[in-house]
Design a protein around this ligand. Structure first.
Ligand code: NDP
Ligand code: 2IT
Length: 448
């Protein structure tokens, strides 16, 4: 059996009931075959793939906190410190009731290659909890975040592990966590990114993932002879990534016509009103029904009663920006039948494996999340740099660096796909380019 197949079997056996982790490992290993086979003897002797697919450290802990009724609540939490070959662990914290070990391990594993692709010195990690911030008072969210950080603070620091936001973790949660870290350690240091601008955050970090997604999409389309101007775009999600993807798409002259949340989706043929969307989601923390109520051109669709989603709308570009496996083979068939040109992932692994293959077989330009959404973590690394030198850069400076990074990522994955004989396969290009740097650093550092 090939080394790649052996390792995949080993991962499935050693990590039972973690389907998302298996899926992420399979996608990466499958596209690394040509590289692994060329170096199989050395990699096998060094157990490189065994080490790459096994987290360096996994911290599992409970988070007790008191709700507004005086009842003690207990959540499960974790931080997976996956790989520090090229820098301190870096990656977000997800707060969502669906969080479990397999999901955080898939996210941590993806983060290794994504962070490598940014070209910046950051290793891969991810964390989170099954705590649901939705419907909680600010005091309850603070109580959770303080208790969470009381335990997490033992395992993180500016040079060890630097967490950030992800689903359910935005500026409010990062603020509460940062305050507690400072109180516990007496250190005013950049241990978290995505901080508020008044206490060490970077300009453009809020916008970075969505803007970065569009910078890469624009560059990829240009290099394939397509102008983004005038193209219609379907976006899913209505959180941090989706909002700023929609904003930048409009700035580039495209027309984003959909967004969604966990209960429904909106079709707004005149184009999403970003100011209204920000008001509904960032300020009021309300549902998309509120957006539709205030926007005459918008049609609201309830997911549960209709069984529909935004992928049935005829568009040129699809940008899934909500969560994993939200775009399946039936959705992919609809998008292709409607003539989609490009699919670029704003979320982490939003496209199922069979849908990804279908897009590639249908000659749709497909860029995986580890390349397309790397602008968020890249700008987090720029926030770390600013914190280290105790300076803040202007919005324009950070945005220009972000754009450069995204353009470079596109060319790196495109070059890698060509070099290994898989031109246009950006999944293989991203996995190979991300892997080579990490593998090289792991080999150089010996058996650790
Ligand atoms: P937010 O919490 O800001 O927004 C998430 C959005 O996705 C919301 O609209 C939410 O709807 C929807 N959503 C979340 N979970 C589900 C679900 N299980 N089913 C249906 N809808 C869901 O998160 P972000 O925008 O930060 O993250 C979105 C994606 O982008 C994630 O995959 C994340 O890992 C990835 N990402 C984020 C980065 C960042 O910098 N924030 C960087 C790179 C990737 P509702 O509010 O109803 O739950
Ligand atoms: O998935 C991701 O890359 C993020 N949630 C951002 C991580 C970070 O450290 O900014």
């Amino acid at each position: 059996m090939s080394y790649v197949d052996e390792i995949y079997e080993r991962v499935v056996k050693q990590n039972p009931a973690q389907p998302e982790f298996h899926q992420a490992v399979k996608e990466v290993l499958d596209s690394l075959r040509v590289v692994i086979e060329a170096n199989e003897d050395v990699y096998r002797r060094e157990a490189l793939l065994e080490r790459l697919t096994t987290p360096e450290r996994q911290v599992l802990f409970r988070v007790p906190w008191v709700d507004d009724k005086g009842q003690v609540q207990v959540n499960n939490a974790m931080r997976i410190q996956f790989n520090s070959a090229i820098g301190p662990y870096k990656g977000g914290l997800r707060l969502h009731p669906s969080v479990n070990l397999g999901i955080i391990k898939f996210l941590g594993f993806e983060q290794i290659f994504k962070n490598s692709l940014t070209g910046l010195p950051i290793g891969g990690g991810k964390g989170g909890s099954d705590f649901d911030p939705k419907g909680k008072s600010d005091r309850e969210v603070m109580a959770f975040c303080q208790s969470f950080m009381t335990e997490l603070s033992k395992y993180v620091s500016t040079d060890t592990d630097v967490p950030a936001g992800d689903i359910g973790t935005g500026a409010r949660e990062i603020g509460y966590m940062y305050g507690q870290y400072k109180r516990l350690t007496t250190k005013y240091e950049g241990v978290l990114t995505g901080k508020g601008l008044s206490y060490g955050g970077s300009l453009a970090r809020t916008e970075a993932t969505g803007y970065g997604l569009l910078y890469l999409t624009d560059e990829m389309l240009k290099c394939n002879g397509v102008d983004i101007k005038g193209k219609t775009v379907a976006v899913s999600g209505s959180g941090n990534v989706a909002i700023y993807a929609i904003e930048k798409a409009q700035q580039l002259g495209a027309n984003p016509v959909t967004c969604s949340d966990s209960t429904g989706w909106v079709y707004d043929p005149e184009g999403i009103d970003v100011a209204l969307l920000k008001e509904v989601k960032e300020v009021k923390r309300a549902r998309l029904t509120e957006y539709a109520a205030q926007r005459p051109s918008a049609q609201y669709h309830d997911k549960a009663s209709e069984g529909t989603n935004q992928w049935e709308i005829k568009v040129d570009i699809a940008l899934p920006c909500a969560t994993q496996n939200e775009l399946n083979i039936d959705d992919a068939k609809k998008l292709v039948a409607n003539g989609v040109i490009a699919v670029c992932e704003g979320a982490n692994m939003p496209t199922t494996a069979d849908a990804t293959e279908f897009f590639q077989a249908s000659k749709v330009l497909f860029v995986p999340g580890k390349a397309a959404n790397a602008g968020g973590v890249a700008t987090s690394a720029l926030e770390m740099s600013q914190n280290s030198e105790r300076l803040s850069w202007t919005f324009e400076e950070v945005d220009a660096k972000l754009k450069d990074i995204m353009v470079n990522i596109y060319h790196n994955i495109d070059d890698a796909s060509k070099k290994y004989g898989m031109e246009g396969n950006y999944v293989a290009g991203a996995n190979i380019a991300g892997f080579l740097k990490v593998a090289d650093a792991m080999m150089a550092q010996g058996i650790v």
